[in-house]
Design a protein around this ligand. Structure first.
Ligand code: CP
Length: 303
């Protein structure tokens, strides 16, 4: 794996390599033995992904290059491609990129001689979010085989849905979608069920944020959306005893989920965020190792 941009062709073996490494990291500290410069290029807003990459990089002893889109030459019209090539020329060893285009990495990665991690691509994919979601599921159930995962919400505009649907299928889970009219996506071939079927069927309910910023017009009133299509307390009471709730966040409280359920006993929403640090550490270690940034004889080597 030269870059980490999509879950579409990730094998089970590679996914478990990441998950096992992330669990190992959760239990110990590890540093990369060489000086590694990393640029976090975020062209869209982020709190969790950007900050957890930042924590992960510091835990690994990396040097983070400062980049704020608003004060960069992007404001003078510089493209993602030229920004990335500039980072490469300056000496960056790794790029972490979030950008509004769905497939920005297709043009970029063949023209770079350093690894790229996709930290969110428009409505395309969000593979590091997927890995932390998988780790959270794996910690809970110890397997993916035959688990019923229902991905609920704004499927059409969600990069989280796409990355998870691919990887969960690879791992043997049963993936279903539940979406309001207008939020269905006909480019992915998964069965749709209603929210009321979903609450009774699921082992994992993966809620999605309504992506208002990607809509051309207001789709639903918040309160009526929750009652018609969201996770209300009444629906939560019909979930199986062992079923858990995931949400990539940020959460529209009171829209896709009742605000009291965000921190309920079933919710793993903040656990997902904690796992984000370790899965991102694992991905960076594995990727850099594949690019030759480690020394087998160094006692601090990447394992
Ligand atoms: N889940 C997620 O990607 O959150 P941020 O947009 O805050 O990074």
């Amino acid at each position: 794996m030269r870059h980490f941009v999509s879950t579409r062709n990730l094998s089970s073996k590679y996914i478990f390599l990441i998950l096992n490494k992330a669990e190992e990291l959760r239990l110990q500290q590890e540093k990369l033995p060489e000086q590694i410069f990393v640029a976090n290029l975020f062209f869209e807003p982020s709190t969790r992904t950007k900050m957890s990459f930042s924590v992960a990089q510091r835990k690994l002893g990396m040097e983070t290059l400062d980049f704020q889109m608003e004060t960069s030459s992007v404001t003078k019209g510089e493209t993602l491609y030229d920004t990335a090539k500039t980072c490469e020329a300056i000496g960056a060893n790794l790029l972490v990129i979030r950008h509004q285009e769905d497939n920005w990495y297709d043009e970029l990665t063949p023209n770079l001689s350093l690894p790229v991690i996709n930290a969110g691509a428009g409505r395309g994919e969000h593979p590091t979010q997927c890995m932390l979601d998988l780790l959270t599921i794996y910690q809970e159930f110890g397997t993916f085989t035959n688990l019923n995962v229902v991905i609920v919400g704004d499927i059409k505009h969600s990069r989280v849905a796409r990355s998870n649907a691919y990887a969960l299928t690879t791992l043997g889970a049963n993936v279903y979608f539940a979406a309001a009219p207008g939020f269905k996506d006909d480019t992915m071939n998964f069965p749709y069920i209603s929210i009321d079927e979903a609450v009774e069927k699921c082992d994992i309910m993966m809620l999605l944020r309504i992506q208002h910023e990607r809509h051309t017009a207001k789709q639903y009133d918040s309160t009526s959306y929750l009652v018609q299509f969201g996770l209300t307390k009444e629906r939560e009471s019909r979930m199986k005893d062992h079923a858990i709730i995931l949400h990539p966040a940020p959460v529209n409280r009171g829209v896709e989920i009742d605000t009291e359920l965000v921190e309920c006993q079933r919710s793993r929403i903040f656990k997902q965020m904690e796992n984000g640090v370790y899965t991102r550490m694992a991905i960076m270690i594995i990727l850099l190792k594949e690019w030759g940034y480690h020394n087998e004889t160094n006692p601090n080597k990447c394992k």
